[in-house]
Design a protein around this ligand. Sequence first.
Ligand code: GDP
Length: 145
Amino acid sequence: MQRTLVLLKPDTVQRFLIGTLIGRFEQKGLKIVGLKMMAMSKETCDEHYAHMTSKPFYPAILSFMTCGPIVAVAIEGHDAVAVVRKMCGLTAESEWVSGTIRGDYARSIDTNLIHSSDSEETAKVEVARFFKANELFDYTRPLIS
Ligand code: GDP
C-alpha cells in the first residue's frame, strides 16, 4: 500500500468541484486517510513548489494558490502515487485526455484544479508537509473486505 498527497486547488473549491474530484478517487476504490480544508501560506507554497520558484510564472502560481482555501487529501491504495497521478492527467494542456480530471474539468495550465505527488519519495514528504501524524487515519473496512 502507498500513500500520496492530493491538493484540490482554489479553483476546485470555487467551482464547487470538491466532491466531484474526491468522488473520483473513492469510486476508483482508493481510501481517503486524511482530509483538510486550509489556507496555503506563502512559506508552504514556496516549499511545495521549490522546483518552480525560479520560473517566470511562479508569482502567478503563488498568487493563485494563496487566493482562497485549498483542500489537502491523503490517499491510500495499491500503487496510489502512479494511479492518482494518472487519474489527474498531465501538466501540459495539449496532453490533456478525456477521462482524466484535468482533461474533463480544467480550464488552463494556470487553473488546473489539482496537484498530486509525482513519486513515492515526494509523496512521503508532501503528506507530512500537510498532515500531522494524528491527522492521518488507519481504518479497516470490514463490510468491504
Ligand atoms: P504538475 O505536477 O502537473 O502539477 O506540474 P509541475 O509540478 O511541473 O508544475 C506545478 C504547477 O505549475 C502546475 O500544476 C501548473 O499549475 C504550473 N505550471 C507548470 N508549468 C507551467 C507553465 O509552463 N506555465 C504556467 N503558466 N504554469 C505552469
